[in-house]
Design a protein around this ligand. Structure first.
Ligand SMILES: Nc1ncnc2c1ncn2[C@@H]1O[C@H](COP(=O)(O)OP(=O)(O)OP(=O)(O)O)[C@@H](O)[C@H]1O
Ligand SMILES: [Mg+2]
Length: 258
């Protein structure tokens, strides 16, 4: 279980200034084991910053982060990774000279049999015969590098996986497979929790719990059925209609037929 207690992250208003602004504002949230949580909200609301605070990439100004009863607030990124936290960046890094297979093995922390590599890559719609020996360099498209990063997270299989806008740049056909993958990780249980930061209606609908983050504060939490109307999405979808109404949060609609 992940517990965030009164988490605050402040930055200087401008470089060198003593005046600060709050990006994460006294945020308290519990993510139980075996749950699928979606964090959504407007651009600049603090979603990626919150993910970086949990992973230890940014250091909180105050507050506590507790994982399975252990205070990890002062732990480094590596130590948190060892505790079972994984973070898939909104904009993944590229690694010149690094082949996909090597990257998967670094993520998994061990040599991987071909079958495991195939499995992780196929879940993101990539054929390992074409991809294992490719370099994760600037020649890859945005969607390809995003898919490879998701595959590395799948290979690692962390206890708490945080995916930051996994849908970004992923085409409709692969997106379907990806949503199935998230659902099956969740259904597999084993104490794993998934947090997905997303604007995607289809992903939001998969979640056990939705957290709406605005201006660094949680303004609403609830199940998809409770939250969707508040996001401005029609309940019609839940009744089998594929049409949705415009939303004030610009949640992206993906057609279920192409
Ligand atoms: N280290 C920092 N210094 C200054 N400002 C920052 C810093 N980190 C984040 N911010 C600002 O905090 C706000 C929240 O950023 P964040 O990336 O968390 O938003 P987000 O909710 O992920 O948005 P998006 O939906 O566009 O990805 C933004 O206005 C961003 O510019
Ligand atoms: Mg973001």
């Amino acid at each position: 279980m992940l517990e965030l207690k009164n988490l605050v992250f402040e930055v200087p208003v401008k470089e060198g200034s003593k005046e600060t602004k709050r990006i994460i504002d006294d945020l308290t949230l519990t993510i139980p084991d075996d749950t699928f949580t979606v964090i959504t909200g407007p651009n600049g609301g603090g979603k990626s910053t919150l993910a970086k605070l949990i992973m230890g990439i940014e250091k909180s100004t105050s507050g506590q982060i507790i994982l399975d009863g252990v205070d990890i607030t002062e732990l480094s990124i590596t130590e948190r990774a060892q505790q079972g936290i994984g973070y898939g960046f909104q904009q993944p890094a590229r690694f010149k000279g690094m082949k996909v297979k090597k990257l998967l093995e670094i993520a998994a922390g061990k040599k991987l049999p071909m079958l495991s590599c195939n499995e992780s890559l196929s879940k993101v719609g990539l054929c390992s015969a074409d991809w294992l020996t490719r370099e994760v360099d600037k020649n890859l498209s945005g969607g390809e590098v995003k898919r490879i990063e998701i595959a590395t997270m799948l290979a690692r299989d962390p206890k708490l996986a945080i995916y930051d806008e996994p849908e970004a740049g992923i085409d409709l056909w692969s997106f379907d497979r990806l949503t199935e993958t998230f659902r099956s990780i969740h259904d597999a249980g084993g104490g794993r929790s998934i947090i997905i930061i997303s604007h995607q209606e289809r992903i939001i609908r998969l979640a056990d719990s939705i957290v709406l983050l605005e201006n660094g504060k949680i303004t609403t939490t609830g199940t998809p059925d409770e939250i969707m109307p508040q996001l401005g999405l029609s309940r019609k979808m839940a009744m089998g209609c594929q049409l949705t109404e415009p939303t004030r949060l610009h949640i992206t609609e993906i057609p279920t037929t192409c």
